[in-house]
Design a protein. Structure first.
Length: 434
């Protein structure tokens, strides 16, 4: 039997017979989803579940079995039916100079990815930004949203309901304090279509990304509405897709969700030519032709080159909700020529990040957050998540700058040929200079 190296410290004791457990699963006497309950230990349950899969499918899962995760800690929080873990390489970018309200100084940023050339690309952009004085970053808005859908019989009733919601904001706000001490209702954005009303509730959520907090608080608000509204209104869906979570949506780009962040930098001509090997005029033109015109012509709701690349890699490394890369990577890249400098900015209106809760509980993800000095809750609450958002935005800026420069200089294909297809090893370890 293989027990997970460190975290799987649970040892099969008396009464545990692996072959007997596998036999029960094979005969459908025991469900793989009930193993934790049956065995009383999540690590033994993962071992039995994995062993059954190996036998049933004739596969070797020794790599998946090798993990430091302790499923006793994760059970009920992070995973169901575990069999082990997968590993993703983590690279480091930096130093990246960030000049934000919360993140100030030079940072190293962990990125988890299997895409060759990505970390090197972002690292070169970070070098150019740092050499030019750093990235100025500002969080313009901070609020997680959940939008219950409310049925009313008519538009007249819908209008009446919306007015009631506005008049009862303080009462609705007080209901949130009953379920969390870290969150607060800060705004209600109503939308009406026919007889249906979406109430887009906006919350402060401290250092948590806040989706669970917002969902629980919204459920409490819906209960209050149905108990206290004197007309005919029913919450028919706790989430009505006006939030909008894990889907691209113009509402998030316009009104924001999570952290609405802008990062900007002025890149000197000599830095662009010596480090990025590109002229600032060409970088500016590529941004206009690719990110603005190309995105518009294709009907894309986003106007950027590859925000998702950087955001996904940081999310995986730090335990963020990976599915929220969808809306978190929406945004616009803007450039201007200012004499011998290139102004470049990235605007991320829906960056959904947190430093507590969810996957940030995992040991390796906490370690990744600690590299940037943002692991756990901040003092006061909320400052760690804001600091993290500023660092992420600055890193996105670095990645965006370098890709535009690589396109302008014609280096994109060569970088992927060398770093993404194993050619570094074939060429004796020589890499592109960063």
């Amino acid at each position: 039997m293989r027990i997970m190296p460190e975290a799987g410290r649970a040892v099969a004791g008396e009464g545990f017979n692996l072959e007997e457990i596998i036999g029960k699963i094979e005969r459908r006497e025991l469900s793989i989803s009930r193993l934790e309950e049956y065995l009383g230990n999540a690590n033994l349950a993962a071992l039995a579940r994995r062993s059954y899969i190996e036998k049933a499918l004739s596969v070797d899962l020794s790599g998946i079995a090798s993990t430091i995760l302790d499923f006793e800690e994760l059970h009920g929080y992070n995973i169901e039916n575990p069999i082990g873990a997968v590993q993703v390489p983590v690279g480091i970018v930096g130093p990246l100079k960030v000049l934000g309200d919360y993140a100030r100084g030079e940072f190293y940023v962990p990125m988890a990815t299997t895409e060759g050339a990505l970390v090197a690309s972002v690292n070169r952009g970070a070098k150019a930004i740092t050499s030019s004085g750093g990235a100025v970053v500002k969080v313009l808005k901070d609020g997680m949203t959940r939008a219950p859908l409310v049925w009313t019989p008519s538009v007249v009733e819908a209008y009446k309901f919306v007015e009631w919601v506005k008049a009862n904001f303080d009462n609705l706000k007080s209901k949130v304090t009953e379920v969390t001490k870290h969150g607060a209702l800060i705004d209600i954005q109503p939308f009406t279509v026919g007889n249906l009303v979406w109430i887009r509730l906006v919350y402060k959520t401290g250092d948590a990304m806040g989706m669970n907090m917002a969902t629980i608080a919204s459920d409490k608000i819906c209960s209050y509405i149905e108990e206290n509204y004197d007309g005919d209104a029913r919450c028919i869906a706790l989430s009505g897709n006006m939030c909008t979570d894990k889907k691209p949506a113009i509402i998030n780009r316009l009104l924001g969700r999570g952290k609405y962040v802008v990062a900007e930098a002025l890149i000197r001509r000599d830095v662009a030519e010596n480090i990025l090997k590109a002229k600032i005029e060409l970088i500016h033109y590529i941004n206009a032709a690719k990110n603005l015109l190309g995105s518009g012509a294709s009907g894309s709701p986003s106007f950027n080159a590859h925000y998702a690349n950087i955001i996904a890699a940081i999310f995986i490394a730090t335990g963020q909700d990976a599915a929220q890369v969808v809306e978190s990577s929406m945004g616009i890249t803007w450039t201007e020529l200012r004499g011998d400098e290139l102004y470049i900015s990235v605007t991320l209106p829906s960056l959904e990040v947190g430093t507590v809760g969810g996957g940030t509980r995992l040991r390796t993800q906490r370690e990744a957050l600690s590299i940037m000095g943002v692991a756990g809750g901040g003092n006061p609450p909320g400052v760690n998540a804001l600091k993290f958002a500023e660092i992420v935005a600055a890193t996105v800026l670095a990645g965006e700058l370098n890709l535009l420069a690589a396109l302008a200089s014609g280096h994109l294909a060569r970088a992927h040929e060398k770093l993404g297809r194993g050619r570094v090893r074939e060429s004796g370890g020589k890499q592109l200079k960063a």
